[in-house]
Design a protein around this ligand. Structure first.
Ligand SMILES: [Ca+2]
Ligand SMILES: [Ca+2]
Ligand SMILES: [Ca+2]
Ligand SMILES: [Ca+2]
Length: 288
């Protein structure tokens, strides 16, 4: 393994808020983040729906783009179905870091969400991506919800021929994916359920009109067109409380220690989310 390119911790939250104040981004911005040779990009509108969720590219860490789609879903307790996060209210892509913010995904004032991403060039032909979704209960009462992270990997430049297996990991659910010499581990930190299947089944479950819980099935998998999802089940947040849901991918790289990521701890993320929510809230009065 080649030594990882050093990086420097950045005052990310302050930079992000300052930049958002200076230059609000249009809706549907999409964008990419890069570290060294490695890029993680959103390549399609965030208006995810109807069984075709958000397209991504994860390139520079192997011979081909190894990810087709990767996105987050939630289901509020008692709700009729899983729901994909839609267009963010704010998006910022700065170097190797991105922040996407939703002030009020349900339109009911129950919670806000911030998705933070970091891409890391971890060696020649190797790369890693951290994603953390922070949910903040902005309502006046306790909130219980389920969170899902869905990903469609296509290793070796092909949708088919991918293999996957479950790997013991103290910190969460780890799934190792491969196609010939190409490898890609993924982990859902603290996730309590997973499912692996062909996309037509798993993505349908997350985008159809009923309640689905991941059932731990599908491993070992393949050779076939791999998709996987992690679930954090029945998470209850008191009024004002938050929780961070973290995942990591490697592309031809082992998983990195979680502490390597500069993605802020939840306390910082909350301040960040609240700051962007204030930005996203129209002023109640207008000076003349
Ligand atoms: Ca892709
Ligand atoms: Ca393949
Ligand atoms: Ca469903
Ligand atoms: Ca696939």
């Amino acid at each position: 393994m080649a030594p990882r390119t050093p990086f420097f911790r950045k005052p990310f939250a302050a930079l992000t808020v300052a930049a958002a104040l200076a230059a609000p981004l249009p809706a549907l911005a999409i964008g990419s983040i890069t570290d060294g040779d490695v890029t993680f990009a959103y390549t399609q509108s965030f208006a995810s729906s109807l069984g075709n969720t958000v397209n991504v590219d994860f390139t520079g860490a192997g011979p081909a783009d190894m990810a087709y789609e990767s996105w987050w879903f939630y289901r509020v307790s008692g709700g009729p179905r899983e729901v994909a996060f839609g267009n963010p209210d704010a998006e910022l892509y700065t170097g190797s870091l991105a922040t996407l913010d939703w002030a009020d995904p349900t339109g009911t004032g129950s919670f806000g969400a911030t998705l933070r991403l970091e891409v890391i060039d971890s060696g020649v032909g190797m790369g890693n991506v951290f994603q953390s979704l922070t949910i903040v209960n902005t309502g006046l009462s306790a909130l219980t919800l389920d969170v899902f992270h869905y990903s469609d990997f296509d290793l070796g430049g092909s949708a088919g021929n991918d293999l996957a297996s479950l790997v013991a990991n103290t910190y969460g659910i780890q799934i190792d994916v491969s196609d010939a010499t190409q490898t890609a581990p993924m982990i859902g930190y603290g996730a309590d359920a997973f499912q692996v299947d062909r996309y037509a089944q798993l993505l349908r479950d997350l985008t159809d009109g009923n309640v689905d819980d991941l059932d731990g099935s599908g491993l070992p998998f393949g050779p076939n067109d791999f998709t996987a999802a992690f679930q954090w089940s029945s998470v209850t947040l008191g009024a004002g409380e938050s929780r961070m849901f973290l995942t990591q991918f490697g592309s031809n790289a082992p998983l990195l220690d979680r502490s390597v990521s500069v993605i802020p701890e939840p306390g910082t993320a909350i301040l960040m989310a609240l700051g962007l929510m204030l930005l996203a809230t129209p002023p109640q009065t207008r000076s003349v």
